[in-house]
Design a binder for this molecule. Structure first.
Ligand code: SUG
Length: 416
């Protein structure tokens, strides 16, 4: 097989919980203190993977990271009893949102003709800042073939980097040289701007991107203020198509013109604020969608069911489908447990363009493996976690064992 787009979804970990840790992420804040359902969450995530695999697409996955994470607490001289937020941070299953695991530049874009991945430091949110060392270990295993991949450590923590959630790629096809779009925020608003311009520029340099095919675009501060803590909450791109909210970028017209100048075949589908307000876009997660090229060549948008059911989003989607645009199908999926923490279908996946034969096969899904993963989740993932359960020895044992069982069934115990 030659290079294709592979979506690597994060398997939702057994410690999935609602602690309200992410300032500026409205879903996380509004569900703080709720009882979570890790088993249902992980099954929803797996169902999405099966759904996309059923479309004829190659599907991969990444594993939950070790939680609770005692080294995180030890590094700050804490044992988890001082402060419930620190405890919750050490237990967070946030690595499920693999769109934040790394930024990926396919081989067609890079100076050395290899696919480059830079782990994201995620420094803005304490609970996420502990992810990258374990993430990079996993990436170095999955993409160990150095003839085809180069995996970089995260950029220094003085520059906040949130990975692929603030990065888009447009190209005439996945394997053609592409235009890489890095979207950064500026500080000073009500909520933190998680992606710093300097981090984006560092990643572009590390990947050996051609400056003529790289754009650095400022996020609209108004969008961040309205709850778009990552650009992928208001825009998504696939091949020649950019699907974006009118208010995603600080200079929308300048951004569209710069894209069209470099990629004349670009098709930009803009959703006007008059049809879907920024608030509705963020509430429904319409743009946190997977825009996928199906094997037949047409494009489908995999959206959260919340968007499909939304009173103002649905009419807009119906109208789009009735028109002659590039997005021919809309496919809703149920990832409600992740959504309640601000993670839609797009947050749950990391896109890598590569020949699947060059990826460690243990990270690629097939129906039989999906059945095995499902059996482990059904047998070992806790059904419910209330905030007060965190730090309890019984839950701790259960969560550690659940992950161990998953790694064993996937022959990945070296990640223990
Ligand atoms: O970083 N939520 C994640 C959601 C990440 C979504 N990813 C993308 N947009 N690509 C975040 O804010 C909530 C955890 C809590 O509150 O317990 C959380 O981390």
């Amino acid at each position: 097989m030659s290079a294709v787009e592979i979506n690597f979804d994060g398997i939702i970990g057994p410690s999935h919980n609602y602690a309200g840790l992410s300032l500026g992420n409205l879903a996380s804040a509004s569900h703080a203190g709720d009882v979570s359902q890790p088993r249902a969450a992980a099954l929803q995530g797996l169902a999405k993977m099966r759904h996309n695999m059923g479309l004829g697409l190659v599907q991969g996955f990444l594993l939950p990271l070790p939680r609770p994470n005692p080294p995180f607490l030890a590094a700050i001289g804490a044992d988890g009893t001082e402060n419930p937020r620190l405890t919750a941070a050490a237990w967070s299953a946030s690595s499920m949102w693999t769109a934040n695991a790394a930024t990926v530049s396919p081989a067609a874009d890079t100076a050395d003709g290899r696919c480059h991945l830079t782990a994201a430091n995620l420094v803005t949110m304490p609970h996420r800042s502990q992810e990258w060392p374990d993430t990079v270990r996993q990436l170095r295993l999955a993409f160990a073939d150095q003839a085809h991949f180069s995996v970089h450590d995260a950029v220094p923590p003085c520059f906040g980097d949130e990975g692929a959630a603030n990065h888009m790629r447009m190209a005439s096809s996945h394997t053609a040289p592409g235009l890489e779009l890095f979207v950064y925020g500026t500080t000073g608003g009500a909520f933190p701007a998680r992606q710093h311009e300097e981090a984006s520029r560092a990643v572009a340099r590390l990947h050996g991107l051609d400056p003529a095919r790289t754009l650095f675009i400022e996020q609209n501060p108004e969008a961040i203020g309205a709850g778009a803590f990552h650009n992928d909450v208001v825009a998504v791109a696939n091949e020649r198509v950019l699907f974006t909210h009118e208010q995603a970028f600080a200079d929308p017209e300048g951004t569209y013109a710069a894209i069209r100048e470099r990629l004349p075949e670009a098709e930009i589908v803009v959703v006007p604020a008059a049809a879907v307000s920024l608030a509705d876009a963020i509430k429904s997660y319409l743009f946190n969608a997977q825009l996928l090229t199906l094997p037949g060549g047409t494009m489908a948008l995999v959206i959260p069911s919340e968007a499909w059911e939304h009173a103002r989003v649905r009419p807009w989607l119906d109208e789009m489908l009735a028109g002659n645009g590039p997005i021919r199908q809309v496919l809703p999926v149920d990832v409600r447990q992740s959504m309640a923490n601000g993670g839609g279908p797009a947050c749950l996946r990391l896109r890598v363009v590569a020949d699947p034969a060059t990826v460690d096969p243990r990270f690629l899904l097939d129906p039989a493996k999906a059945d095995r993963i499902e059996a482990v989740i059904a047998a070992h993932w806790p059904e419910a976690i209330a905030p007060a359960d965190l730090a309890g020895p019984a839950l701790r044992e259960r969560v550690i064992n659940a992950r161990r069982e998953l790694l064993a069934t996937l022959d990945l115990s070296e990640l223990c």
